[in-house]
Design a protein around this ligand. Structure first.
Ligand SMILES: [Zn+2]
Length: 328
C-alpha cells in the first residue's frame, strides 16, 4: 500500500502551472461532494503560499513551501508529508477539472503541518502520561506465548526512564499487570494534569497471515469524518479530544516520523481512530501501534529489550520534536 509514489512517477514529473481557469468559478467556494464540504485545493494552496505541480498529469501532484512537501493522489486518501505516509479523512475529489480537498482535511490534516499550533508562553510541556495498553484480564494481542500487555508495559517502563532523563515528569496508567478500564486511563492523565497522553500498543494479525509489519500512529478522528480503518463506525460527533485536533495530528506525525526514520520500519502512516482513550483525553493525545508481534522478524525484535530501548528513544525524540514546535 506504500508504493503510491514510486521513483518512476517522480521522475516523470511535469512542472505544469496550477489549475485551469475553470477554477475561478469555485474560488473560495465550498462545494458539496457526497454530502461533504470541499474547497478548491489550488486556491487554498495559493493562500497558504504553497507551490503546486503535477507529478503525473491528472494522477499525482506535489505542493511545497520552504519546509513542507506534500504529495497527493487524485481521488485518493493517500498522502505523503515530507516522504511520510499520512491518510486523509476523505479522498480528494474533482469538479470541472479542479481538484478539491475536504474542508476537514484542509483544517485538521494539512493546516496543522503547514502552520503548526503554538502553545502560549506559560504552557510548557512538562508532564507526560504513558498508557501501557491492556493489562490484567485483557491480554491484548497474542503471538504464540507472548501477550501484548507484557510488552506495552515493558516499553512504558523504558520510555518512562528515558523521558525522566530528558527532564519530563512521567505518570503511568498502570505499573503492573492490572486491568484498568479504558475510561479511567485518560481520567488519570487529567487528574495528574498531564500535558500529553501517549497510549502504547503492539499490533498482530490473525493466525496464518503474518506478513504485516511496521508502525502506525493514531490521532483522534475529527468530528464529522470517518476513521481510517472504520468498520461501520460512522462519522461521529464532537468529543472532548477534538479540542486538540491540530495538536493531536502534529504529535502523531512527529512520533511516526521518528519511529520510521530511526527504526527503519515500514511506514503504515498516521491514521485516525475514535479509540476510547483518545476520545476522552483532556490534553493532546496519541496512540502508537509500534509494530507487529505476529511478524516473524519484527516480533522477535519487539520481544528484545535492546530494540525496545531504541523504540523508546525514537518516541522520546518524537515527543521532544513536538514540544519544540509548539513551544517555539
Ligand atoms: Zn493493543
Amino acid at each position: 500500500m506504500n508504493n503510491g509514489f514510486a521513483p518512476a512517477l517522480l521522475a516523470a514529473s511535469l512542472a505544469l502551472s496550477a489549475m485551469n481557469s475553470s477554477a475561478a468559478a469555485l474560488r473560495g467556494d465550498v462545494v458539496r461532494v457526497h454530502g461533504t464540504d470541499y474547497v478548491g485545493l489550488a486556491d487554498w494552496s495559493r493562500v497558504k503560499g504553497l507551490k503546486w505541480r503535477w507529478l503525473k498529469r491528472d494522477e499525482s501532484f506535489q505542493l511545497t513551501n520552504a519546509t513542507v512537501r506534500l504529495q497527493l493522489l487524485a481521488a485518493s486518501r493517500e498522502a505523503r508529508v515530507n516522504g511520510l505516509q499520512l491518510w486523509l479523512l476523505f479522498p480528494l475529489a474533482s469538479r470541472n477539472g479542479e481538484i478539491l480537498i475536504s474542508r476537514l482535511d484542509a483544517d485538521y490534516t494539512l493546516r496543522p503541518l503547514l502552520a503548526p499550533p503554538r502553545n502560549g508562553p506559560d504552557k510548557k510541556i512538562k508532564t507526560v502520561c504513558l498508557d501501557p495498553g491492556h493489562g490484567g484480564k485483557d491480554s491484548g494481542n497474542r503471538a504464540a506465548s507472548k501477550q501484548e500487555k507484557d510488552f506495552t508495559l515493558r516499553l512504558a517502563f523504558e520510555l518512562r526512564d528515558q523521558l525522566r532523563k530528558a527532564g519530563f515528569q512521567v505518570y503511568l496508567t498502570r505499573s503492573g499487570d492490572t486491568f484498568v478500564e479504558l475510561s479511567d486511563r485518560p481520567a488519570m492523565a487529567r487528574s495528574r494534569k498531564a500535558d500529553l497522553f501517549v497510549s502504547l500498543h503492539f499490533n498482530a494479525t490473525d493466525g496464518g497471515r503474518d506478513e504485516a509489519k511496521g508502525a502506525e500512529v493514531y490521532a483522534l478522528t475529527p468530528a464529522g469524518a470517518p476513521s481510517t480503518n472504520a468498520r461501520g463506525e460512522g462519522n461521529g460527533g464532537w468529543v472532548t479530544g477534538n479540542k486538540f485536533n491540530a495538536n493531536n495530528l502534529l504529535l502523531a506525525c512527529e512520533i511516526q516520523k521518528s519511529l520510521v526514520r530511526q527504526l527503519d520500519v515500514e511506514d503504515r502512516g498516521v491514521r485516525r481512530a475514535r479509540f476510547a482513550v483518545l476520545r476522552d483525553a483532556a490534553m493532546p493525545a496519541t496512540l502508537i501501534e509500534a509494530g507487529f508481534m505476529s511478524h516473524p522478524k519484527e516480533g522477535k525484535k519487539i520481544f528484545d529489550a535492546a530494540y525496545r530501548r531504541e523504540m523508546a528513544r525514537a518516541i522520546v525524540n518524537g515527543i521532544t520534536g513536538y514540544k519544540r514546535i509548539v513551544e517555539r
